[in-house]
Write a protein that binds this ligand. Sequence first.
Ligand SMILES: C[S@@+](CC[C@H](N)C(=O)[O-])C[C@H]1O[C@@H](n2cnc3c(N)ncnc32)[C@H](O)[C@@H]1O
Length: 254
Amino acid sequence: MTWNPAQYLKFAGARLRPAVDLLSRVPSEAPTTVFDLGCGAGQTVALLAARFPNARIMGIDSSAEMLAKARQSFPEHQFIAGNIAAFRAVPPAHLVFSNAALQWLGDHENLLPRLLGEVKVGGVLAVQMPRVEDSPRMRSLREIASDPRWADRALPLLQPGPLVPAAYYDLLAPGAANLDIWETEYLHVLEGEDPVVEWTRGAGGAGMLAALDDRERKDFLARYTAAMREAYPRRADGTTLLPFRRLFIVASRK
Ligand SMILES: C[S@@+](CC[C@H](N)C(=O)[O-])C[C@H]1O[C@@H](n2cnc3c(N)ncnc32)[C@H](O)[C@@H]1O
């Protein structure tokens, strides 16, 4: 998977809003040890540090590019290279936070209960994931990725996406004292040329485009751009509206 921090941060405001909303539902007892899984360019670690100034906060990410940007922007915080799939909370965690990252990992049936098990009794697992697989933006990406010219390289790079909300209730309820699950559909107001394409290039589409040669990338982008202009037309005031559904989970460990 390839991440380009500059491309991702083009929409930093819209992308950070759900992290703020997630954090607002985390109970306010001051945690002393916090992990931010898939911390990316570090914005969410800074957010956590502002809310919990006395906590030790560790950002974990598998992208060298994102970690480099995080360390450059927030030298006062701790960023560690690691794979969420193998995450173990050392030292034991009061809060495991993850904004817009777990949708990249499969096997949520085992992953989510395991992550809840990594927080101390009374601690909190707080997760936000986009749930957009049925949006025109992702349907088109999937359809174009299925072209036999590049399907073998592009299709495996599609994010698996989360399960339905009720599935997380069933997975987490046995280990949770409190479980708060909800969805919000944001209406992101985007500016500029082909902003939906730019948005996708900052996340789900980045790895896919990197797997293509120059000619393929040009063809892929031309098709995707045409589809996005039709699905998300630019409005008279120059903005483009992108509806975006996100799933939130806040679980306190029993
Ligand atoms: C959409 S970004 C979110 C970054 C940050 N949490 C934020 O809200 O701005 C997703 C991040 O998850 C990281 N990621 C994806 N899969 C991962 C894995 N298996 N282990 C660690 N990090 C992962 C990516 O490298 C990327 O930085």
